[in-house]
Design a protein. Structure first.
Length: 84
C-alpha cells in the first residue's frame, strides 16, 4: 500500500519490532520462510526479540543471507552492500 501511495521504493529496511503480527506481536517470519507471505520488494532486516521463534533459522546465518524470496537477514553485525 505504501509503495503504491508514496513510492516506488527500491528496497525496505526494517529495524526494531518489525515483520511481526500486529495482533499478537509474535514473529511473522515463519510465514515468509514457508512461502505463505511474500515480500513485495527487497526487504532487509535485523532480528528483534519477537523473532525468538525462528532464531534457530537465523542462527544458521550469523553473517546474514536471504531467508525467503526478497527477504534478507542482515546478520548479527557487520557492513552489507545492498546495492552496487
Amino acid at each position: 500500500k505504501i509503495n503504491k501511495a508514496h513510492g516506488p521504493f527500491e528496497a525496505l529496511l526494517c529495524v526494531g519490532t518489525t515483520l511481526s503480527n500486529p495482533e499478537t506481536g509474535a514473529s511473522d517470519l515463519q510465514n515468509y520462510i514457508d512461502g505463505k507471505k511474500k515480500a513485495p520488494l527487497p526487504t532487509y532486516f535485523i532480528a528483534g526479540n519477537e523473532h525468538k521463534s525462528v532464531s534457530g533459522s537465523l542462527d544458521k546465518l550469523p553473517t546474514g543471507g536471504e531467508i525467503a524470496p526478497n527477504l534478507h537477514y542482515l546478520g548479527r553485525s557487520g557492513i552489507k552492500e545492498v546495492s552496487g
